[in-house]
Every structure is written in C-alpha cells, then in structure tokens.
Design a protein around this ligand. Structure first.
Ligand code: B12
Length: 215
C-alpha cells in the first residue's frame, strides 16, 4: 500500500488544487512509482468512495463532490496515454466488450476504470458512456457486435431498468454475454430475476475472467 502517496494526493484534493493533483498522479505513472492499477485502486477510487465533506452547507458539499469527481475524471482520461503504451506490449484477447452504465445511472467513474482494466488485460474494450438509453445500447450491440456487455450499476434504483435492458439483450442478442458489476450488486440479492452471465466486483475478478476466456 502506498499510504504516503494517498495522503499527499488527498491533501491536494482537499485543497481543490486540480492542476497539482493531476500533475501529482501523472508523475507517479511517468516515474513508474505506481502502476495504473495501483493508482486507480489505492488513490483514485478511495478518494471518492471515502469522500467526506467537512462543511455544514449541503449545497457546498454537493459542489465539492462534483469538483472532486471532475478531477478524478481528468486523471482517468490522462492515464489513457499510459494504457495505450502498456497495451502495445501485451498479448491481446480477441474478445470485444462494451462497457456502459444504464439509463439514469450517472455514476461512471467505476465503469471507466473497468474499461481501462479490461484494456490492460488485453480485451478490446470500449466505454460508450453513462446514462445510456436502452435504444442506444441495442444500437451499440448492432454496430459493434460485442462478445460481452459490461454494465456498471451503482444506484439501487437503477436495478429495475437494468433488468429491462438485460431482458431485451437476451431476447434480441442471445449470444451476447452480460457482465454485471458495481455497488448496486454488492448485495447479490439485487441480481434476483436479472438475466446475466457474470457478476464481478473487482480488478481480481476481471483478471480471473481474462484467464478463463483464454483457456
Ligand atoms: C461521485 C458520486 C456521484 C456523482 C457521480 C459523477 C460521475 N461522473 O460519476 C454524482 C454527483 C452524479 C452522484 C449522483 C448521485 N448519487 Co452518488 N456518489 C458519488 C460517490 C461520492 C463516488 C462514486 C464513485 O465514483 N466511486 C469510485 C468508483 C471507482 O467506485 P465504484 O463506482 O464503486 O466502482 C468500483 C467497483 O464498484 C467496481 N465496479 C463498478 N462497476 C463495475 C462493473 C463491473 C463489470 C465490474 C467488474 C466492477 C465494477 O470497480 C470500481 C473500481 O474499484 C459515491 C460514494 C461512494 N461510497 O461510492 C456516491 C453514492 C454512490 N451516490 C449516492 C447517491 C444516493 C446519489 C444520488 C441519488 C444523490 C441524489 N440525491 O441526487 C445521485 C444519483 C444519480 C444517478 N441517477 O445515478 C449513494 C448511493 C447510496 C445507495 N446505495 O443508495 C452513494 C454511495 C453516496 C452515499 N453514501 O450516500 N453521485
């Protein structure tokens, strides 16, 4: 664990110094002090999941959360350069995966990370967006012919619409395998009555999945 890096990074986030926070994270990758996975798992993800607002005004807190999310998103986009470089030298897995969040699901940081993790495992993965309307999802399947659809679901209210979408995917595209993940499924009962092929939670699950697919 890189606790010192986490503390230094969080300090920049608390001060809302976007430029310094982005440079700090990029420097860790450039100098190879952290891998992309370590940066995401040990700094970026906890900086959001453990976010606590230290002011009393709820409105100010919401803006603080939005601003922090925007910093993390900028770091994720900037990390893509390092992903491209690493992917050049790894064995590719000839499987296409479309990653998305369903309609009305705005939490997208987890989905973007998952798309990046899948690229680093060698998959042909594309993140197509958050809050993706049902028709767009079906259209993406028609256009890209993916082997898998990975749906990231955070808000428990999104589970109902996830069921509707997975039903349609299974009806019109029975060969496309469905991967579910995200905080809404931390409780496995939430998957009750949803048609899916894989339920995954972590980077380790994705690594195991990569190995299984290549067998
Ligand atoms: C940032 C944030 C937002 C932002 C999101 C911005 C964006 N562009 O993504 C905004 C402001 C939009 C937002 C809105 C809301 N939010 Co919010 N949000 C958060 C916050 C602070 C961080 C989420 C995050 O990005 N975490 C970091 C990522 C990396 O973690 P992750 O998503 O869990 O993903 C990891 C794993 O779950 C996994 N994973 C995720 N998807 C998948 C998929 C697969 C296939 C696999 C293998 C793995 C996997 O891998 C990731 C990497 O480790 C959380 C707090 C928390 N505890 O998470 C609340 C939180 C999720 N939000 C919450 C709520 C209630 C809301 C709102 C309803 C608030 C409101 N009243 O408006 C709305 C709902 C919006 C909607 N319709 O979706 C609650 C949910 C509680 C619950 N269980 O009911 C939380 C937990 C806050 C809280 N403690 O109350 N939110």
């Amino acid at each position: 664990m890189h606790i010192k890096n986490y503390e230094e990074f969080i300090d920049l986030l608390k001060k809302e110094q976007k430029d310094k926070a982005v440079l700090y994270a990029m420097n860790l990758l450039e100098k190879e002090k952290l891998t992309i996975e370590e940066l995401y798992q040990e700094l970026l993800a906890p900086s959001l999941t453990e976010f606590k607002c230290d002011v009393d005004d709820l409105e100010v807190c919401i803006w603080k959360e939005h601003f922090r999310t925007s910093i993390i998103r900028t770091i994720l986009e900037s990390s893509y350069l390092y992903i491209i470089k690493r992917v050049e030298n790894i064995k590719k897995i000839d499987k296409k995966i479309v990653v998305l969040t369903p309609p009305f699901e705005y939490h997208e940081i987890g989905a973007i990370m998952v798309a990046h993790y899948l690229l680093l495992e060698g998959f042909d993965a594309s993140y197509i967006g958050a809050n993706t309307p049902k028709e767009e999802i079906l259209s993406a399947i028609r256009a890209y012919h993916p082997d898998y659809i990975a749906m990231s679901v955070t808000n428990p209210y999104s589970v109902v619409v996830t069921k509707q979408i997975t039903d349609e995917i299974k009806r019109f595209f029975p060969d496309v395998k469905i991967i579910l993940g995200g905080q809404a499924f931390d409780n496995k009962e939430a998957t009750h009555s949803i048609q899916y092929d894989y339920l995954m939670h972590s980077l380790n699950d994705l690594i195991e999945f990569g190995k299984e697919v290549q067998k």
